[in-house]
Each structure stands twice: as C-alpha cells, then as structure tokens.
Design a protein around this ligand. Structure first.
Ligand code: UDP
Length: 384
C-alpha cells in the first residue's frame, strides 16, 4: 500500500479496458488514488458493474463527456480535469492506453506541469486511420514516465527519439488482471454448464470496433462468418451496446439466428468463457493480450494490430470476411494438441508484476515532482 498522501495520485480513465488494467495499480495505491472517470463508456453495462467486480472505490465522474464526438469528449474532459487539478493539485497523474480519456488526462497533466505516467506506452499499429494510434503517440510524447509492456514497445519508443531514461519496461498489467479475476475451475464449470457449453467446444466472439460496426458491409461480413461457424459449433457473442444498436439499425438480426447472444459479460464471466473457448474471434485490443495468458487461440478481426507479440503463436489477423471462418477452422483443426501447445507457452506480456513495478514508479515520480520549465527529457531536436 502506498505511503503517499490521500488522493494525491490522479488516475484518469473512462472505459472498460482501463478499469480492468488499472484495477490492481489502484488497489496498490490505496487511499492515495483519486479515480477520475470521464464517462467515455457511460453505459452501465460497461462501467458500473465493473467498478464493483474489480473492487474499485467509487470514482469522481466528470460531466459532459459520454456519448459525444471525440473532440468534444477530449475538450470537455480536459476542462473538467483542469478545474479538478486546480482545486487540488495531485502529485502525479496516471493514464492507461490509448483512449480519449487517457489523452485528456495527459493534456491536463501537461498543462499543470504535473508528472505524467503512461501505462501501456509504446504500442503502435502504424495505422493512421485509427484515432487510438494518434492518442497513443501524443500521450507518449507528453509522458514523463513511459511504462512499456514489452522490450519491443521500448524499441519503438527509442526509434521515435524518446529519451531512454523516460522508458521503463514493466510488463502489461493485464497479466495480473487475468490472474486476479479468472474464476476458479469449479465456478467456471458451473458457468459453462449454465450456458449449455462444453469446455473446448465453442467459439467466443466480440465485435465492437467502429470499423467493424459502423460500416454495414463489414458488420454484415463479420456476423455472416459467425453465423457460418454457428452452424458447426456453438458461438457465444456477448454483445457490446454499440454493436447491438448498429445491428438493430441495419436490420441484421437474422444473422444472429445460429449465435447465442449475451449481454456484455462481467470480467470474470468473460475470462471464464475465454479460458475454455476452442477459439476466440474478436476485434478487441485487450483480448489479444488476455488470450496469451489464458493460452487460447484467437482470430483478430482487424487490418492491423499494435500488439504483434500475440501474432507469433496465439493470434492471427484477418479483416472482416471469409478469412475469419478459414482461420477459425484452421485453429479448430489443431484440436487438443494445439490447445496444449498454447497452454505451455509463456505470455509475452510479463510475469504479473507490472502493477507493482508501476506503483513504485508512481511513488518515485510523485515524490520527485516535475519542475516547471524542466526540458531535460525532451529529445534533442524536438523543439525544432
Ligand atoms: N470484456 C468483458 N466482457 C465482455 C467483453 C470484453 O469483460 O463482454 C473485457 C475483455 O476481457 C477485456 C476488455 O473487456 O479485458 C476489453 O475491452 P474492449 O474490447 O471494450 O476494449 P479494447 O481492449 O479493444 O480497447
């Protein structure tokens, strides 16, 4: 537990994956953590239940962000954070990943010259069509301490001219999130039985990225492939509210006839379903990491990924279309041997100690502070 003063570390977040990946760090910070939730995921299915399940204290919610355009989200959260930081300046600010909430937190910290730590620094898809890619790059430019999950992420940051002393390879906090929240075997067995599923005998799918949901052709292609797979074995689809709305608007419900649709699952339930899936089909970022801890094969429904570490063994990338079924069938054909092989591989995302390492870095940064006008860590030539 941190010895920093109460509420002295601002943890700015706004979405489901940030709650998952910052939960252990927040627990380690204890009363020192001040959780500021931008409301980017304002849907109770993606936020409220998660706070309880992850044993997180009630955050302060910032007004006026959820459901707005990206620019308005960032602007509104930035203004609200600035007011918050002015009223009670934190000793350090923590953001995670690549969301609009994280970018707002980074800009707010920078504006008030507060030490900024970026958890999950150095991920790059090199796909400039993704808003998240721009968010990541901007946050990494601003952060004082960049917590890179893997040595590969560190290399990417160095190649961009980030000074090595700003970068720490910490591992990814997702490893401990999975370890802490995967239900025990007996509970998992009961959960599977409750859904009429057999271990290693079904497909688990998630779809939520705008390029797969907001483009009707892409959404039709993804659902069509899940429907094909659903004729061969059970397909379970916890449906993200965005996707549910798009399916209804486009009249695509008939494609779900062979698929078991669930509401978005709680984290433990989702991990249990993922742990025993014969193959997972998903466009999620976090699932690409979790699958390496759970040792399950994954078909990533995307054109690019900022998480290449999973690609070597656990995952393959395919855009919406028949490649989904082809890749899934290939993985299914590997059967029990394939699953045993993956289960024996270590996760490339570390040893489960990332949150502890990051808590130490937060402590150091908060105690050191950051002096106004200290440009020593700006890479040479950056101001040109
Ligand atoms: N997740 C969950 N329930 C679900 C679907 C996903 O708990 O029904 C978890 C998943 O395990 C992962 C996180 O939500 O930890 C990923 O969130 P999302 O896919 O929304 O975001 P991304 O990781 O793509 O940024």
């Amino acid at each position: 537990m941190s010895t920093l003063p109460s509420r002295s570390v601002a943890v700015v977040l706004g979405t489901r994956p940030e709650l998952v990946k910052l939960a252990e760090l927040i627990r380690l910070l204890g009363p020192a953590a001040r959780i500021l939730h931008t409301g980017q995921h304002y849907d109770p299915e993606l936020s409220g239940g998660f706070l309880d399940e992850l044993r997180l204290p009630e955050p302060e919610f910032l007004p006026g962000v959820g459901g707005r355009s990206r620019a308005v989200q960032v602007g509104a959260a930035l203004a609200a954070l600035d007011t918050n930081f002015e009223a009670a300046p934190p000793l350090a600010v923590v953001v995670q990943g690549d969301t609009n909430a994280a970018l707002s937190g980074a800009l707010a910290a920078n504006a008030r010259e507060l030490p900024l730590l970026h958890v999950e620094a150095g991920l790059r898809s090199h796909d400039r069509a993704m808003p998240e890619e721009h968010n990541r790059v901007m946050i990494d430019r601003l952060a004082d301490v960049l917590c890179a999950p893997t040595p590969g992420n560190r290399e990417l940051l160095l190649a961009e001219g980030i000074a090595p002393e700003r970068i720490e390879v910490t591992g990814n906090t997702v490893v401990e999130a999975v370890r802490d929240h995967l239900p025990p075997p007996r509970e998992r067995a009961a959960l599977l039985a409750g859904h009429g599923l057999t271990a290693d005998g079904y497909v688990l799918a998630t779809v939520h990225r705008p390029e797969n949901t907001d483009d009707i052709a892409a959404l039709t292609a993804v659902l069509g492939e899940l429907a094909r797979l659903g004729e061969e074995l059970p397909v379970v689809l916890p449906l993200h509210p965005r996707t549910r709305a798009r399916i209804a608007a486009a009249g695509l419900d008939p494609l779900l006839e062979t698929v078991t649709v669930l509401p978005p699952s709680g984290y433990g339930t989702f991990l249990a379903l993922a742990r025993h899936a014969a193959v997972i089909v998903s466009d999620s970022g976090g699932v690409q990491e979790e699958t390496t801890v759970l040792g399950r094969p994954l078909v990533v429904v995307r054109r690019s990924t900022e998480r290449p570490e999973a690609l070597a063994d656990f995952a393959e990338l395919t855009p919406p279309g028949p490649g989904i079924t082809t890749a899934a069938r290939r993985r299914l054909a590997e059967g029990a041997d394939g699953l045993r092989r993956l289960a024996a591989l270590p996760s490339p995302y570390g040893d489960g100690g990332a949150s502890l390492r990051i808590a130490g870095l937060v402590e150091t940064a908060a105690r050191a502070g950051r002096t106004a006008g200290d440009h020593s860590s700006v890479p040479a030539g950056a101001a040109a």
